[in-house]
Design a protein around this ligand. Structure first.
Ligand code: GLY
Length: 389
């Protein structure tokens, strides 16, 4: 009898645990969870020298950067996009403040990251107000960016560091900066920016892709002869690997370049690299990639939500051009799977970020498996893009 009673108690305890787990799962409300995250961006103090870039959960430490950092434009972009989602003017007011802090970057010719900084901030602002000052800043930034263009290589130089190793490095990420140039031509009617963007895209198309349509990260060119000196990685696991975010930049970059040019070769490259990603044996079932498709310890490697978000956003646009359902299916799956308690930061964390599990820079062993501002940016963009279909 005693034994029977004990067994029954254990059974009831187990049942109530299962039921409460089930209930918790059902009770997880992604909309509420997102709203709480958005409010943490509203609470974050405005500071022109402290753009939130990433967050170490275990140390409760926000990495803050000045406007010259390549990621500075994403925070303002997130606020603009949250304003678009919520229509709450408080986000717009904040977006305007953070956007204004980036203006001085229009003179910064030491990097190629102008598009990330200026277009994700001022460019998003232009979606909400016809602001002449924003337009002028975009055009000035484009003028500065093209000073990095080399007519022999027919590319814009990406980085200026590592001069002992690289003569003229161009990274696949640089495709993303072309949007600023295409828009600068639309605003100013000066075709110089558009033409340089096309030259850069053509050179990237010719040299940056492997036979399987994956992309190398860094190509180093001879700036006086124009030939490729080496094809290597900087942030991937090795030179021949497929760094996940780089594949995302390629798909997004060539889809966007097709939007402005209608050049079918760009569309075909975007489709081919999308196929590489979507059919990759190491793309997990839930659609959230590991940080490098060739990372050695898969499945025990950090994911990179930012890489998935870039692809999800790009594939919604690519779906618009192709009506290829598998693109939309991926984006929907990604958005569904990141809007769960595994990926949305818990409400008790006050840092101004939305999603966990992005991976930044393996070469520095930094920001691996953390909330990162650009993961949030492309997630929000994908949400808005899918809504507007
Ligand atoms: N553009 C730098 C990165 O994607 O990490």
């Amino acid at each position: 009898m005693k034994h029977y009673l004990f067994k029954s108690i254990i059974f009831l305890l187990a049942l109530s645990t299962i039921l409460s787990c089930k209930q918790n799962k059902q009770e997880y409300n992604a909309e509420n969870a997102l709203d709480i995250r958005f409010k943490n961006l509203k609470k974050y103090p405005v500071d022109s020298l402290a753009f939130p870039r990433s967050y170490q959960i275990t140390k409760d430490k926000i990495k803050k950067v000045p406007s010259k950092d390549w990621t500075s434009g994403f925070y303002a972009g997130n606020l603009w996009q949250i304003y678009e989602i919520t229509k709450d003017e408080a986000y717009k007011n904040l977006a305007k403040k953070w956007t204004a802090f980036i203006e001085k970057e229009k003179f910064n010719d030491r990097t190629h990251d102008m598009g990330f900084k200026v277009f994700c901030s001022f460019g998003n602002g232009l979606n909400h107000e016809n602001n002449q000052e924003y337009k002028d800043i975009i055009v000035k930034s484009a003028q500065t960016l093209i000073t990095r263009y080399n007519d022999t290589v027919e590319s814009i130089r990406s980085w200026s560091f590592n001069k002992e190793r690289w003569d003229f490095p161009v990274i696949i990420d640089n495709m993303m900066n072309l949007e600023l140039l295409f828009e600068a031509t639309k605003i100013s009617k000066d075709s110089t920016f558009h033409k340089i963007a096309v030259k850069h895209a053509n050179t990237t198309l010719k040299n940056h892709f492997r036979a399987d349509n994956s992309t190398w990260h860094v190509l180093d060119y001879n700036p006086t002869k124009g030939n490729v000196r080496m094809r290597v990685t900087h942030q991937g696991i090795n030179d021949d690997s497929s760094w996940a975010r780089g594949q995302g930049w390629a798909i997004y970059g060539f889809t966007m370049a097709y939007r402005y040019t209608k050049d079918k070769r760009y569309l075909n490259q975007a489709k081919a690299t999308a196929a590489f990603v979507l059919n990759h044996k190491n793309l997990p079932e839930d659609g959230i990639p590991y940080w490098d498709y060739d990372a050695p310890n898969i499945p025990n490697e950090p994911r990179d939500v930012s890489a998935g978000a870039i692809v999800a956003s790009a594939l919604i646009e690519l779906y618009g051009f192709t009506k290829e359902e598998s693109y939309l299916n991926y984006s929907k799956k990604f958005l569904k799977n990141v809007q769960t308690s595994t990926y949305i930061l818990p409400g008790n964390i006050e840092a101004p970020f939305i999603l966990d599990h992005s991976s930044g820079d393996w070469s520095k062993r930094a920001e691996m498996d953390e909330p990162i501002v650009y993961g949030d940016y492309y997630f929000l963009e994908a949400l808005l893009r899918i809504k507007s279909l």
